[in-house]
Ligand binder design. Sequence first.
Ligand code: GRF
Length: 194
Amino acid sequence: MEKSIGFEKIRTAIFISGTGSNFKNLIKFSKRKKSPIKIILVISNNVAAKGLRYASKNKIKKKIFKFKNKKGDEKLILKYLNRNKIKLICLAGFMKILSKNFLRKYNGPILNIHPSLLPKYKGLNTHERVLRNKDKFSGCSVHFVNSKLDSGKIIKQKKVKILKNDTPKTLANRILKAEHVLYPQAINKIFTNH
Ligand code: GRF
C-alpha cells in the first residue's frame, strides 16, 4: 500500500526479451506520483536481454525463464506471479507467445505493445512490410492479449507519419519514441480517469 499517495498501486510484472526501452520507460512512468502501477518484477526468456540491467538499478526483481520447456516454465511463472501478487502483466518486446492455458490461468489483464497500427501488420517485420506497401502512416498499438497473435482488443494507438526516405530502421526508431508515449497513456486509460 502506497500510503503517501492514498491509493494502492497495481502490482505489475513486465515481460521482455531484448533492449527493454519500453521497460525503462515504464519504470520512469511508474515512479510518477499519480501513476497507477508499481513494477515489482521483470521476466525475460533471454538471459542476455539488455533491458535486464534496468531491474538491478531500480530494485526490481528479475527472473529468467528460457521457455525451453514452455509448459513447465509457464507453470513456474504463474506460481511466481501469484506469490508476488501480480495484478497486471505488460509485455514489452517479449518474443514468446503465451499459451492459451497460461492466459486462462492468469486472472488479470495482460497488455502488449506492437509496432504497427493493428489490425494491420500483425507479427514480425512490420516496418519492412509497411514500407514495401508504400503506406502513408504507420504507428503503434497497445492491446489486450488474447489467444490470437496481436489480435486482442485495442486500447490505444498512435499514428506516425512515414517520411520519404524512411528505412525500416529510421521508421522503427520513430515508432519506438511514439511507443514510449503510448504505453503509459494506455495504462492510464484503463486504470485512471485521465
Ligand atoms: C518494440 O518495438 C515493441 O513494440 C515490440 O518490440 C520492440 C521492443 O523494444 N514488440 P524495447 O525492447 O522495448 O526497446
